[in-house]
Design a protein around this ligand. Structure first.
Ligand SMILES: CC(C)(COP(=O)(O)OP(=O)(O)OC[C@H]1O[C@@H](n2cnc3c(N)ncnc32)[C@H](O)[C@@H]1OP(=O)(O)O)[C@@H](O)C(=O)NCCC(=O)NCCS
Length: 148
């Protein structure tokens, strides 16, 4: 079982930036993460080795990023982070959650499919690569209404 806790937007975002840089070729720096966290409806959850950043507003939610350090993968942390974000978005009144994922990212695609996300679109060559570009798949999850 992982300890996944809300990230206080007033905290130093440097540890999240370090995790992001370990997971993505184009890492976001602490200022960029802090900026995203300061926008209305944004929230994050983190564990020792990973974090999720999301936003919910107007009945819709979006996963902005999800990152688990390479050494900690395959043990359920990614799913725990995503589930925490889904629960929070539902509690904020979101009825739908969207995210974008590289078509060449089978581990993430398996994680999202396992939680019920389904493909609703494709953004051609959305991620730039040396070979020209990788498609982004747009995935959607319906969130049943949550009554507190
Ligand atoms: C995608 C990512 C967040 C998954 O995190 P994780 O902690 O390894 O995932 P979990 O251990 O919770 O695994 C959950 C599910 O994901 C899938 N999955 C994760 N790792 C996998 C692997 N190595 N092989 C196949 N499926 C895998 C499986 O469906 C798994 O469910 P299962 O354990 O019941 O088989 C992580 O690999 C990561 O940070 N990758 C780099 C950044 C990234 O791609 N982020 C998503 C961008 S949209």
């Amino acid at each position: 079982m992982f300890e996944v806790t809300p990230f206080d937007a007033a905290s130093d975002a440097a540890p999240l930036a370090a995790l992001h840089a370990a997971c993505f070729a184009a890492g976001w720096d602490a200022a960029a993460i802090a900026q995203l966290l300061s926008t209305q409806g944004s929230f994050a959850f983190h564990g020792k080795d990973g974090f999720v950043l999301a936003r919910a507003a107007g009945g819709e939610a979006e996963i902005l990023t999800l990152a688990v350090a390479p050494v900690a993968r395959g043990r359920g942390l990614g799913r725990a982070l995503l589930q925490a974000a889904i629960n929070k978005a539902q509690a904020m009144g979101a009825q739908t959650m969207f995210l974008e994922v590289g078509a060449d990212n089978p581990h993430a695609l398996a994680l999202y499919a396992g939680l019920g996300f389904a493909k609703v679109g494709t953004r051609k060559a959305y991620y730039s690569t040396a070979s020209g570009g990788t498609d982004a798949l747009v995935l959607r999850l319906s969130l049943p209404a949550k009554f507190a």
